[in-house]
Design a protein around this ligand. Structure first.
Ligand code: NAD
Length: 379
């Protein structure tokens, strides 16, 4: 069982798919692990750290993946990378499958069995493999830190001999994994925090973190959660009512963090240009959904833009901005999933193709796109 950990080819991706801890566990399962030189350096991991737990270091990505039965990655492999993969290899990564048919076809043509970690079901058994949660949690934290760094005032109230500095007001839109961590982080920094979401279950979670919930709580709101625990797209009527409430609230905020997503769809637009214009000079908005279309009008992926007196922060790959924290969690998620595909007696791969976690995440196999949501439709 040969396992490869290439460096990420995308220069905007500092994370790595294995750590010395997970390599040690893989070696204990009977694997030979090869890591590309320098793969962990942006996450604070040296080649020598991998070698110390039994990995071999190879000079290039092509060398690392040659003959590998499993390739562990952060991002979906490019066509150029795939050209060095063995047919039949298992590839685990964040695959970003929606709207990327050509990339899925390339993986199918390469004959690899590709698994999209972000499609892992949100069930108890799979919590330890949930990359969306492990990465969003740190992203929510980092969004507040990024906002605080752009903000020209202090967040906590401070009573000094020279006068009182008022606490900043932080509004978090979308109280999922990232949003809840943003609330907790802003509270720890002493801000007065409010939050909104369309899922009724979020109300109690927001309150339990000491923040106030702000939302239109009508009949539609009460039905707004899918069986999988995600938000449903809301009607135009609901969005208009919610926008009016938010418009009034946002004027009084210093920092807004938006995290609202709907799986497989563009992010809902929650903040209009008029709302941005209504905010006080010096206010900061962080759009964590910017890569998925953005929650904020005027947010630009990869940039911090000044719109009137307001800064809109649109950093890309926010989990990567804390790579030394996110890489170990991501690597552990991958290990936990891969472990379910190993026969520990035989010390060999034994994928249970009928397992619900495998079926939910498997995109391509034996030359075809096999996932029901992404397989080409019959004419
Ligand atoms: P997500 O990243 O898909 O979306 C972020 C948040 O945006 C969600 O809370 C969503 O309701 C909200 N949102 C969507 N449209 C909105 C709008 N128009 N206005 C305001 N908010 C909007 O969500 P997530 O962080 O992945 O979490 C989704 C759910 O899954 C949550 O209930 C979370 O607690 C749950 N979860 C369960 C498990 C598990 O294993 N059981 C693990 C992780 C998360």
């Amino acid at each position: 069982m040969k396992i490869a950990v290439p460096a990420e080819v995308d220069l905007g991706e500092p994370r790595v798919a294995a750590t010395p801890d997970t390599v040690k566990r893989l070696v204990a399962l009977g694997a030979q692990v090869a890591v590309e030189a320098g793969a962990g350096v942006k996450s604070g991991i040296l080649d020598a750290d991998y070698e110390a737990v039994g990995a071999t270091i190879a000079p290039s990505g092509a060398d690392v993946v040659a003959g590998a039965d499993v390739v562990l990655k952060v991002r979906r492999p490019t066509e150029a990378e795939l050209s060095s993969y063995k047919r039949g290899a298992l590839v685990l990564a964040i695959m970003d499958p929606y709207g990327n048919d050509a990339a899925l076809a390339a993986m199918a043509n390469a004959g690899v069995a590709s698994f999209a970690m972000e499609l892992m079901p949100r069930i108890t058994r799979a919590q330890v493999m949930d990359v969306l949660s492990s990465q969003a949690n740190i992203a929510g934290y980092r969004a507040v830190i990024d906002a605080a760094a752009e903000f020209n005032r202090a967040l906590p109230q401070m009573m000094t001999a020279a006068g009182t500095v008022p606490a900043a007001r932080v509004f978090v839109m979308g109280a999922g994994v990232a949003g809840l961590q943003a609330i907790a982080t802003a509270r720890r920094l002493g801000a007065i925090v409010t939050a909104t979401d369309v899922r009724p279950a979020a109300k109690e979670q927001v309150a339990s973190l000491g923040a106030k919930f702000v939302a239109v709580e009508d009949e539609e709101f009460k039905q707004a959660e899918t069986a999988a625990g995600y938000a449903k797209p809301m009607s135009a009527e609901y969005q208009a009512k919610q926008a009016a409430l938010v418009a009034d609230h946002i004027k009084k905020q210093d920092i807004v963090i938006t995290t609202a997503l709907i799986p497989g769809r563009p992010a809902p637009k929650l903040i209009s240009a008029a709302m941005v214009a209504s905010m006080k000079p010096g206010s900061v908005i962080v759009d964590l959904a910017v890569e998925r279309g953005g929650n904020v009008e005027g947010a630009i992926p990869g940039q911090v833009v000044q719109v009137g007196g307001v800064k809109i922060v649109g950093h890309l790959n926010v989990p990567g901005r804390a790579a030394a924290s996110t890489s170990p969690l991501y690597a552990k998620n991958l290990f936990n999933f891969l472990e379910t595909m190993v026969d520990k007696q035989a010390k060999a791969l034994a994928v249970k193709w009928d397992d619900e976690l495998v079926k939910a995440t498997l995109l391509t196999r034996d030359g075809a796109v096999v996932h029901p949501n992404f397989a080409p439709k019959n004419p």
